[in-house]
Ligand binder design. Sequence first.
Ligand code: HEM
Length: 393
Amino acid sequence: PYPLYAELRRTPVLHEEDDDPYVISSYWDIESLLHDPRISSDATNLTAAGADELNQAENTGLPPSFIRLDPPEHDRLRRIANSAFGPPHKPRRIDGMRGELHGIVAGLIDGLASGTEIDLVDQFAYPFPVTVICRLLGVPREDEPRFRSWVDPVVASLDPETRQGADPDFVRKAQEARTQLGMYLAGLVEERIKDPRDDMLSDLAAGKGPDGAMTMMEVLSTAVLLLIAGHETTVNLITNGMLTLLRHPEYLQRLREEPELAVNIVEELLRYEPPVQLLPQRTCITDIEVRGVPIPKGSRIWLMLAAGNRDPERFKDPERFDPDRDDLQHLGFGSGIHACFGAPLARLEAQIALAELARRLENPRLVADPPPYRPNAVLRGPRHLPVAVDGVL
Ligand code: HEM
């Protein structure tokens, strides 16, 4: 898509026909609109067509989670979630999870040892984040397999590829899984209200801060939001990351020698191959003007994060993967009030995963370049990433 983005940036505010979205592709415009209170994330402001699309994708039967709300409701729910998780500059809960993340990664890499060709999506990147979110929420270990058997069809049903022409059997199974997942989480929240533990569900339900507690329905939509927002995004950061490193073997080698380079590598990946390529669900709630182009109230706005990340007005040599850049900025986690809530966790997961894969895979080689991708314009990542190895340390 990157040559297409370069083409798009020539018309930084692109609007083709009446109901089409206004497509914004330069770094500074995106950054400024993400801080503009006239731009809403509330799905009820979407036109009928946009809302229908969103419903099909996110039909959870729960009230909207804070990613789809504006202030003041967004801020109240995000503050309660922050007090349960630790705000971005003080990610208390995940600091304590470092050892656990290492353990999960080590277990998954041990499981790769039998083969000479591995699929880094199915065998590694896909199972990792869902296990992490189970631990974060406080799903008991013995329930993890059951929990995953519901999450998998729910996540798959969000994928446009599976949704298009999906057979009725799959649609029914995904709906059933959604109901089971909701019932299971509701039961778990009730247990945690009676008998709190040191986990996120207990803290969300107890609400220790000045904003009080979330209602049961709010806890459930927040838990589902964490699951969905934290899953495929992290899978794609890890797989886009390994793919990029295999294409730039000098960095793979350096990462082997200096594991702390993972911090810069992950930051540069969020610019160079961001898992979330665009934010297609914003609406403007009053008439606005961007670069002299009038945008009438009610218009849909697409913010092309991945195009902004390669904007030559912002980055020197933007098409180059360069973890040694002085300024490792990007729009990979969005910006403003909705900036990624899980960013510290996502960073840590990807840093540990990439450093450990670099250290333990012997002579990894891409089997197919490019690998097969998921046909999804919003979430970019390979569907499979077959890699040949001489062994696993
Ligand atoms: C929001 C990206 C991982 C939870 C966002 C947004 C982006 C993003 C671009 C902004 C959405 C918007 O403005 O509409 C990513 C990427 C990830 C990742 C690239 C992985 C590499 C995670 C994880 C979690 C998470 C692991 C949870 C554990 C959230 C939540 C929001 C959010 C709750 C909504 C924040 C709000 O509306 O205030 N993420 N995310 N994300 N992300 Fe992430």
